[in-house]
Design a protein around this ligand. Structure first.
Ligand code: CP
Length: 308
């Protein structure tokens, strides 16, 4: 299948065939990161700009590594060291970057829809690296790739996503993606962290963690997005962890071969106990990070005309 999208803005827009092409391409790139010389000339002469208006460890680093492993020139710009601090707008920033003729602009922004705005303004490919509480498509793709590797499939699996669903772009992108790929998605979190219309997305939601993770094949834990909450929506971290921390006791409700995921950064002892986060029998958290490089290599390759 020819992949002819200009941008990757969200999982909601992608077809099952497009998701499969991205995952298959990422699988073919995995091996490059295990070589002694981790570099191929595929994107030589291409320029990737990583434009990050919010903090990031995994996404920004893995986009940079992905570009470098494909021999592209990668440039990182963070808002705090750019002319944004002098008052330049997002639109002017984008138009100035466009004038330098990069091939791909990867953007993370606190405003939902910022990547979509850029995609209409500039001719370059835009990749959404997380926009507010809206979508984080590359995270969902690496999550699906990890589940597929560990479980051999996506269709028919029960995936429980637990935590601050309302403010989580990771949850939203995974709900769209996993449902498209035939998985059953169930959610759990305090009522104040579950969007009111969430069941319209075709998922069940619970306020008890135990109800959601019962017989789950995959348990995905999320951190509380304090930076997106306008007011305190839970009494204290201590009380939250008493009800919503995944630990060695409640994980036994999931299937015996369940895997535990977390997009990071993790808050140990709040949403996940260190015993579970570090237990190789359950935790695939660092496998997710590993797959992130391959998924981002695949997207840079496909958006620059790789499979034409
Ligand atoms: N999962 C994720 O987006 O992590 P970063 O915020 O570190 O990029």
């Amino acid at each position: 299948m020819k992949f002819d999208r200009k941008d990757i803005l969200g999982i909601k827009d992608l077809s099952v065939d497009e998701i499969n092409v991205i995952l298959e391409t990422a699988e073919s790139f995995l091996e490059i990161s295990t070589r002694e010389i981790k570099k191929v000339p595929t994107l030589r002469g291409k320029t990737i700009i990583n434009l990050f208006f919010e903090a990031s460890t995994r996404t920004r680093t893995s986009f940079e590594i992905a570009g470098k492993r494909l021999s592209a020139d990668t440039i990182n710009i963070s808002a705090s060291t750019s002319s944004v601090v002098k008052g330049e707008t997002l639109i002017d920033t984008a138009r100035n970057l466009e004038a330098m003729n990069p091939d791909v602009i990867v953007i993370r922004h606190s405003a939902a829809g910022a990547p979509h705005l850029l995609a209409t303004l500039v001719k370059q490919a835009i990749i959404n690296a997380g926009d507010g509480a809206h979508e984080h498509p590359t995270q969902a793709l690496l999550d699906m790739m990890t589940i597929k590797e560990k479980k051999g499939k996506l269709a028919g699996l029960k995936v429980a996503i637990v935590g601050d669903i309302a403010h989580s772009r990771v949850a939203r992108s995974n709900i769209y993606g996993l449902a498209k790929m035939g998985a059953e998605v169930v959610l759990a979190g305090p009522a104040t962290m579950l969007p009111r219309d969430i069941e319209q997305m075709g998922v069940k939601s619970y306020t008890k963690l135990e109800d959601a993770i019962c017989d789950a094949d995959v348990v995905m834990m999320l951190r509380i997005q304090l930076e997106r909450q306008k007011q305190n929506i839970f009494p204290s971290l201590r009380e939250y962890s008493q009800h919503y921390c995944l630990n060695t006791r409640n994980i036994k409700l999931a299937r015996p071969d369940a895997i535990v995921m977390h997009p990071g950064p993790i808050n140990r002892g709040v949403e996940i106990s260190p015993d579970i986060a570090d237990d190789p029998a359950y935790s695939v958290i660092l496998d997710q990070v590993n797959k992130g490089v391959a998924v981002r290599m695949a997207l840079l390759y496909l958006l620059t005309g790789g499979n034409e």
